[in-house]
Design a protein around this ligand. Sequence first.
Ligand code: CO
Ligand code: ZN
Length: 336
Amino acid sequence: MKSLLKSLVEIPAPPGHEKELRDFVREEIETMADEIRVDSMGNLIVRKGEVREGGKRIMIASHLDEIGLIATHIDKRGFIRFTNMGGVYPSYLLGGRVRFLDGTRGVIDVEGSGKRKKVPGLDKMYIDIGAENENQCSIDIGDVAVFDRPWLDLGKRVVSKALDDRVGVAVMVETLRKVHQSPKRTPHESWFVFSNQEEVGLRGAGPAAYQLEPDIGLAIDVTRTGDTPQGVKMDVSLGEGPAIKIRDKGMLSHPEVVDWMIDVARKHKISCQREVLERGTTDAASIQLTRGGVPSGCLSIPCRYVHSPSEMVDWDDVQQAAILLEKLLFEPFLGS
Ligand code: CO
Ligand code: ZN
């Protein structure tokens, strides 16, 4: 799964530009799917199994897209002004490098370069691709870029851009593989949705849920941690297992979904953490509010430095998340 994750993070997929990554994932899973399609939003939707005795229709979503930048203006000297696609923190940009979808690379600096003490807003920053003037600049208004930073394997922990949410994508691909290879059949009809445009407002998952009319919705995504020096007060740490979301800024998980997740984790002796996140949300929030409402929850992978070019996860957490998701799909949902 590690080499899969490395391949996934290296394919750029800012919001609205998920096709290359979607094609890669499709190729990876095509032979394991009972049904596969891409909807008009660009979500990749895969069915595995059908509802059997005691089973439910379960939608599981992780998003393909990553945060990015979009060019808004190019000046006479070829400097590119930009704005954000999703939650981009100015402090993570200065001195960093970005890559546009055509492969053009550039560095980011700020007006008054070298003189500033405080981190200014994005409107004071620019991308320098080494162009000598406007005519030489190969980038157009509306072109998009992502962080350009190599994958770093620290052994138990890995570091990369876009672990949010390629780590969820990897967990879903791995789970689909396990379900496919299992001699047992699951009681559920599982719909694996590789959603898009999550980072700009959970835009893909809602329409997918509307089509699928699931009984239960689950997102697989990263969550923050409280385990760094003077970090936020939050009882989630790297290496203590996947987290079961109880609440985030956009959703209260359905209590029966939370109980199901906790019970199954206990039964299979998978250690996990209870998550209350004060900022951010996931696709589960938009699934939950689809049609007449969908009981929803989220399986989170603890991640430090979320939305930076160097997000960090613990490899055991990732593997345990895949095991827990697999177990969930083989256990009945006992809620109403
Ligand atoms: Co995110
Ligand atoms: Zn995410």
